[in-house]
Write a protein that binds this ligand. Structure first.
Ligand SMILES: NC(=O)C1=CN([C@@H]2O[C@H](COP(=O)(O)OP(=O)(O)OC[C@H]3O[C@@H](n4cnc5c(N)ncnc54)[C@H](OP(=O)(O)O)[C@@H]3O)[C@@H](O)[C@H]2O)C=CC1
Ligand SMILES: C[C@H](CCC(=O)NCC(=O)O)[C@H]1CC[C@H]2[C@@H]3C(=O)C[C@@H]4C[C@H](O)CC[C@]4(C)[C@H]3CC[C@]12C
Length: 333
């Protein structure tokens, strides 16, 4: 194209100027129109959505069954990824409620400290097994240990995750494969191993997931894939348990940004406010499992409202999500 313009000049011919109406709109005008129609759509959406959300919140508030800590007294509970973060706090809450806890992670020293503190807090018993959930045999051995210790199992809390970077997807398929093993396949392996004893006890499976397992959030593609996989697998399995009248509940816990050490280290430079408290998050997960809820959203508004918007205005939600992050602080590694 430049070459063409150059040849016209060489031949000293008058430069023909295209008619203004034939020129494409300048980018700015086009974007302004797009923005206005988006504004109108948003205005309509909010006039409908806000009352609807109010009704949803009212329903949830008034339909809330009462949770009692005694529900967990003497219950036999496995918590994975409990050496730190939300899992550690869940172990402490369960201990205070008088449950039997078996906790897992890779770092034995941290697990020993958590078990000691669980006994201090009143756990009926507290044990740990350490190792990486890349090893499916470990996933099965943990459930076998629970059967040997307690003769059964009442609650399986699947919580651990492998290392997660927060950056543009770098094309590393091997990292994704490994994360699928740790964050997804090991959850399936533990479930397969635990289902027979959970059927005997009429127990519960709690699957800890994320906003990033329900909507597209930038910079977490591999992690997000593993969380979406959890939704697909466990939502399908829940249907099969209902069809077969098997009294095992599955609660999918959809979490927003939680102030754990790892999360704050990973994303504090892009988040505009700190995460929600891990202690309260941990308690809400336990409550939702004890009440056999289908899904937990925590923090409620921060997670539930984007999910409502997701199906009505996906492009708006994408734009809203990007605007909530200081994306300029994410530099390709
Ligand atoms: N924090 C947040 O903002 C959010 C968290 N979530 C979810 O909550 C759950 C807990 O998150 P959070 O507490 O922040 O995570 P943390 O990073 O604080 O804890 C992760 C736990 O998993 C263990 N772990 C790590 N790698 C492995 C492995 N290969 N095999 C077995 N265990 C492993 C860690 O112990 P060790 O290193 O000793 O193995 C640790 O106990 C996760 O499922 C996460 O997806 C969801 C949304 C937001
Ligand atoms: C950035 C996401 C939150 C989007 C938002 O603004 N939601 C409103 C709100 O939550 O207040 C974060 C939601 C989920 C987080 C990620 C996650 O699921 C856990 C990982 C934990 C790991 O230890 C660190 C990074 C995480 C990928 C974490 C990053 C931030 C979120 C995507």
């Amino acid at each position: 194209m430049i070459k063409t313009e150059q040849s016209m000049k060489d031949r000293n011919l008058p430069q023909l100027q295209p008619h203004p109406s034939s020129q494409p709109w300048p980018l700015q005008t086009h974007r302004a129109v797009e923005h206005v129609s988006e504004e109108i759509r948003m205005g309509l959406l909010l006039k409908i959505l806000v009352p609807f959300v109010g009704l949803v919140l009212a329903f949830c508030f008034y339909s809330k069954e009462d949770f009692k800590p005694e529900m967990l007294k003497g219950k036999r509970v496995i918590v994975t990824g409990a050496s730190t973060g939300i899992g550690e706090q869940m172990a402490y809450h369960l201990a205070r409620m008088g449950a039997h806890v078996l906790i897992t992670a890779r770092t034995e020293a941290k697990l020993q400290k958590v078990v000691t503190w669980c006994l201090e807090l009143g756990a009926a018993s507290a044990h740990y097994m350490y190792g990486s959930m890349e090893d499916m045999a470990l996933a099965e051995d943990v459930v076998k240990e629970a059967k040997q210790l307690w003769g059964g199992l009442d609650m399986l809390i699947l919580n651990h995750i492998g290392y997660t970077y927060f950056n543009y997807f770098d094309g590393d398929v091997e990292h994704l494969r490994k994360l699928l093993e740790i964050n997804f396949l090991s959850y399936v392996a533990m479930t397969v191993s635990a289902l027979p004893v959970l059927k005997e006890s009429g127990g519960s499976i709690l699957v800890v997931s994320s906003t990033a397992g329900k909507v597209g959030i930038p910079f977490v593609a591999p992690y997000s894939a593993t969380k979406f996989a959890l939704d697909g697998f466990f939502s399908s399995l829940r249907q099969e348990l209902i069809i077969e009248n098997i009294n095992v509940s599955i609660t999918l816990c959809i979490l927003g940004h939680i102030a754990t050490e790892t999360a704050e280290k990973t994303v504090s430079h892009v988040m505009q406010k700190p995460g929600a408290p891990k202690e309260e998050c941990a308690l809400e997960i336990i409550k939702s499992g004890a009440l056999r809820k289908r899904e937990l959203y925590y923090p409620y508004a921060a997670v539930r409202i984007p999910l409502l918007i997701r199906d009505w205005a996906p492009e708006f939600l994408d734009s809203f999500t990007r605007n909530r992050l200081n994306v300029e602080n994410v530099k390709r590694s």
